[in-house]
Design a protein around this ligand. Sequence first.
Ligand code: C2O
Ligand code: CU
Length: 471
Amino acid sequence: PVYPLFTQPLVQGANIAPKASLGNIDYYEIDIKPVDVQIYPNLKPTRLVGYNGQVPGPTFRMRQGREAIVRFINHGDLANSVHLHGSYSRAPFDGWADDTTEPGQFKDYYYPNRQNARTLWYHDHAIDHTAKNAYYGQAGFYILSDAQEDSLFLPDEEYDLPLALAAKRYNSDGSLWDPEANGETVSVFGDVIHVNGVPWPFKEVEPRKYRLRFLNTGISRSYQLYFEASGSVGKQIPFTVFASDTGTLLNPVQTNDLYISDAERWEVIFDFSGYAGQNVTLRNSRKVAADDDYAATDQVLQFRVGNKVSRTDHNLDNTSDKSPALPSTLRQVDFPPAHAPTEYNFRFERQNGKWEVNGVTWSDVNQRVLAKPERGAVQKWTLTNTGGGWSHPIHIHLVDLQITARRGGRGALMPYEKVALKDVMWLNVNEEIDVVARYAPWDGLYMFHCHNLIHEDHEMLAAFNVTALPD
Ligand code: C2O
Ligand code: CU
C-alpha cells in the first residue's frame, strides 16, 4: 500500500538503563515480546516482535571498561539467539545459530566492552529464523564510547543521530509480508524504507554539524546514499565519512555518496549550516533488479533545517575549544600487517538452489568449519562472489578486518574503505576482495556468513575455529 512520504517524525529508541550494578558490571534485562505498532495511519496496526516490545530495540549506551550482562527473555513464538554485532564476545555469548533460546526460556549474555568506541548493534541470529526475527523487530543499537573518541569532541546528545535503515514489504491490510510464510529463498528488497522503525520520516535539525550513525538492519537491500537540498535539486552535497563498523577511521574522508549494505555501519559528519530554511533529503541512487524496485526507494529521510542554532559546542568549527575541527588523524587504527599470503579462498555462490560457501552449507555439520586460524595469527582470506546478479555482504565474527583489495565489480576500494577496519564487507555482484585480520583475542568456534538474511537462513553460513597455540 502507498505510504505518504515525510509525514511522520523521526524517533530515537529510548536508552536502556541497568537493573542492577555490582562493581564494574551492569546487569540489564530485555523481554522479547510481540507489540502492535501503528505503521500505516489508516490501516490496522502491524504486529511486530521487539526487544522490550520496541522496534528498533532500546539503545544501549556503553562505556569502554564497564562490563555488561544482558538477560534476554523469550516471550515470542520463535526460537532466538542474540548476536552483539561488532563485539569480540566469547563464543558462548556470540549468538551461535544453533544455540537457541526457545519460547519461555531466557539466556544471560556477557559482553566485555573492552574494544574501542564503535557503533554496534544487537540482533537475532537463530537458525532458520534470523531474517524473520530481525525483520519483525529484533534489532537495536549498542553504542560504545571511550575517552579517545571523547577527545574528538564530535557532535553529541541531540546532534548525534543513530539511524537504522530497514526496507520492508507490507500486505494490503497493513501486516508485514512474511518471508517465511511466503517461502522466500532469495531476497526481500522491500519497497518501504524505514528509519528507526518509521517509514520515510522527517527530522527537524538546526543549521550546524551533526553526527549521523548509519546502520543498515534490512534483510537484502543495499543503498548508495547521498544528500540533496531543496534549493539545488540534482546536486549531491559533500559530507565527511569518519567512522565505520569498528569505530573511527584513520583519516576523515570527503565524499558525495556512500555505499552501505546489510549490517554495515558508516558514520558521517553532515553540515547543515548552509541550508537554513531548506529541506535536505537523504536519497538513494542504488537500484536492485528491475522487478524488485519500487516508486519511492530512492528516498530515505527528510531533514528540515531550521534557522537557529541552540548549542555551538561540539560543532567542529573552531568557535570554542570544545569544538576543535576534526584532526587529520582520528585514531591510531590497529591495521594488521597487510602482506600476509592468502590463507583461504571462499566462494559465495548459489548452486542447485542452495546458498553455499565453497560448496558447503550450515547443515553439513561435519564440513562447516572451513578455517582454523591459530589464535593471534594474521591471515588473509580471499572472498569471491561467483556471480548470478546478487551481492553478498560478508560478516566475519570476532575480528576487525581490513579490506586490502577489491577486484571486478566496482574495481577498487571506496576511498573511505581504504582507511577503515570492517566487520562486514560488501561483496558486490562479480566482486572479489582480500580481507586481513588478526584472529584474536579468544579461541573458539565463530560464524562467518552472508548478511543478506535470506541467504544466511538458507545456509550461506559457515564457521571458523580459532585454536590455541600448542605449548
Ligand atoms: Cu550481524 Cu552473524 O551477524
Ligand atoms: Cu548473500
